[in-house]
Design a protein around this ligand. Structure first.
Ligand SMILES: [Zn+2]
Length: 70
């Protein structure tokens, strides 16, 4: 069975070393995840795709108890 990413805009999978896809502001360098069109810090529309590091600190998490949309 072929594996299909449920949200290809969220991470670079399939890949040998998948990464989360965020955005970085070209004005103030704020980084967001998931990617956003407008910067939450300065409000400018200078966000560009930014691959997040594969290691870091997990600050919070949640679970969803339902299947994703088909
Ligand atoms: Zn900004």
């Amino acid at each position: 069975m072929a594996q299909v990413p449920f949200a290809p805009e969220v991470f670079t999978w399939p890949a040998e070393s998948p990464q989360l896809i965020g955005a970085r502001c070209g004005s103030c360098a704020a980084v967001t995840f998931p990617a956003q069109d407008a910067c939450p810090r300065c409000g400018k529309l200078e966000m560009a795709r930014h691959l997040l590091p594969r290691e870091g600190t997990l600050w919070t998490w949640t679970t969803q108890e339902f299947l994703p949309k088909a």
